[in-house]
Design a protein around this ligand. Structure first.
Ligand SMILES: Nc1ncnc2c1ncn2[C@@H]1O[C@H](COP(=O)(O)OP(=O)(O)O)[C@@H](O)[C@H]1O
Ligand SMILES: [Mg+2]
Length: 292
């Protein structure tokens, strides 16, 4: 197969891991920065170019779209879908998962448990929303935070309100969310490929830190998932229309809660921790599903 990986940085671990897994299985791989892809739209003739070169002849595309280029990345993926080329993530699914508010709405509507979450359009009703979520500590987070940057633990309503107002001043919408203290700075990352959990890890935040992102210094070990955790991870992935996802789960007294679903999950932490060839699983998924 001729596989295209969309990635802003060919040197990233995940991009390299996917490229190596594809080459090891005899496929040809090209890595192109999606921000270098130009989209041309006309009736029944979607086209992508890098510079003046028409992008054609690909059997499958693996988009690795980071949070800094979600909207444009989704537009490139939509063009690929219109061209009838198999893509491991659909544009709509990427957009649904990437926006934390949309994601929480879809998952909770499907009966999955999530941390109680609220939002108001501006400062006026922000206090009411905070009261609905908590009487003291709460999480305030950007709709599109990544790597834990933009996720804040506030100790009181007055502190929470100043954080919310500050974000509003710089035109950023924020969620106020129930702080799941029982999770004790840890969460589960379940990696799903094509309806199967191919690896799972527990991430534990550094002492004094509540964010369990590897980028924030958290350590990871192999996770043993309960049946319920496996089921909600698979359900969340399929409800969002994703085939590949990193599902983050908080273990709480009332059971597992879905925190977020990552549509472009990194491979370094999960492959390093579980020693599973996750990139290989992704290539095998394409081999099973590609439309020629
Ligand atoms: N409501 C919450 N309760 C407890 N911990 C949380 C909560 N929200 C986030 N965290 C912690 O912060 C980390 C980052 O939050 P997350 O919503 O996943 O944002 P990001 O997309 O930036 O990773 C999570 O992995 C978790 O450890
Ligand atoms: Mg996260």
């Amino acid at each position: 197969m001729n596989i295209l990986v969309l990635s802003r940085n060919a040197g990233l671990y995940s991009t390299q891991s996917i490229a190596k897994a594809a080459q090891a299985r005899g496929h040809k791989v090209s890595i192109i920065d999606h921000l270098m892809c130009n989209i041309i739209i006309e009736k029944s003739k979607p086209q992508l170019y890098t510079g003046f070169d028409l992008m054609e002849g690909y059997d499958a595309v693996i988009p690795r779209i980071g949070a800094s280029a979600t909207a444009y990345g989704a537009a490139v993926i939509r063009t690929i879908e219109s061209m009838g080329v198999f893509t491991t993530v659909k544009a709509d699914a990427l957009l649904k998962a990437r926006d934390k508010l949309t994601c929480m709405q879809i998952l909770s509507a499907a009966g999955l448990d999530v941390p109680k979450t609220g939002i108001s359009a501006g400062d006026t009703c922000a206090g009411m929303v905070y009261d609905k979520i908590s009487s003291d500590k709460a999480i305030v987070k950007l709709l599109a935070s990544t790597q834990g940057l933009g996720v804040i633990l506030t100790a009181s309503k007055s502190q929470g309100m100043s954080v919310v107002e500050g974000f509003h001043r710089v035109n950023q919408d924020v969620l106020v969310q129930e702080f799941i203290e029982d999770a004790k700075g840890s969460d589960i990352r379940a990696f799903v490929v094509d309806g199967e959990i191919v690896g799972a890890m527990v991430r534990q935040a550094l002492p004094g830190e509540f964010r369990s992102n590897i980028h924030r210094g958290a350590t990871a070990t192999i996770a043993q998932l309960s049946q319920e955790e496996r089921e909600i991870a698979l359900k969340a992935t399929s409800i969002l229309g994703l085939s590949i996802a990193g599902v983050d789960i908080l273990r709480s007294k009332r059971g597992p809660l879905i925190l977020e679903v990552n549509a472009s999950p990194g491979l370094e932490g999960i492959e390093g921790t579980t020693k599973v060839d996750i990139a290989g699983k992704i290539i095998e998924f394409i081999e099973r599903n590609k439309k020629s």
